[in-house]
Design a protein around this ligand. Structure first.
Ligand SMILES: Nc1ncnc2c1ncn2[C@@H]1O[C@H](COP(=O)(O)OP(=O)(O)OP(=O)(O)O)[C@@H](O)[C@H]1O
Length: 143
């Protein structure tokens, strides 16, 4: 499996809990390197654009309100099998279903406020990374 990249967002609930460092530590222990990062308080337009695929879903309005309720920490992670490795670290979308020891089991309270986002495929990752970062903001860490 080749090195790949994925987009990670630490959502407003987890930023407010002051657990960015604990979550970064889990990425590093799993072999994922941070190759770009920035903290942003998303505008409504940015959040709606990011979640455009969910526009028709009943929870879309609440999702956008939540994602704009406070700052988020956005990072690009790089490593072997990064998309799946990161999804495994996050756990199930609904924290009630998330396996013990996953980020959502440990830090999320509900399906609406579920601590983290991670790209679900290499194709989504490419689109989501380009949504927040230019190519020259990504620092290759491959040794
Ligand atoms: N049934 C639902 N009720 C409320 N919010 C939901 C529901 N399903 C999904 N969401 C919210 O929308 C986000 C995107 O949904 P999606 O199905 O893409 O989940 P995911 O891929 O596990 O999460 P993410 O895209 O944030 O990594 C979820 O993380 C969650 O915050």
């Amino acid at each position: 499996m080749a090195t790949e990249r994925t987009l990670s967002i630490i959502k407003p609930d987890a930023v407010a809990k002051n657990v960015i460092g604990e979550i970064y530590s889990r990425f590093e222990k799993a072999g994922l390197s941070i190759v770009a990062a920035r903290m942003v308080h998303l505008s409504q337009q940015q959040a709606e654009g990011f979640y455009a695929e969910h526009k028709a879903r009943p929870f879309f309005g609440d999702l956008v309100s939540f994602m704009t309720s406070g700052p988020v920490m956005i990072q690009v992670l790089e490593g072997e099998n990064a998309v799946v490795t990161h999804r495994d670290l996050m756990g199930a979308t609904n924290p009630a279903d998330a396996a013990p020891g996953t980020i959502r089991a440990d830090f999320a309270q509900s399906i609406d406020e579920n601590a983290v986002h991670g790209s679900d495929s290499a194709e989504s990752a490419a689109r989501e990374i380009a949504y927040f970062f230019t190519e020259d903001q990504l620092c290759a860490r491959t040794r």
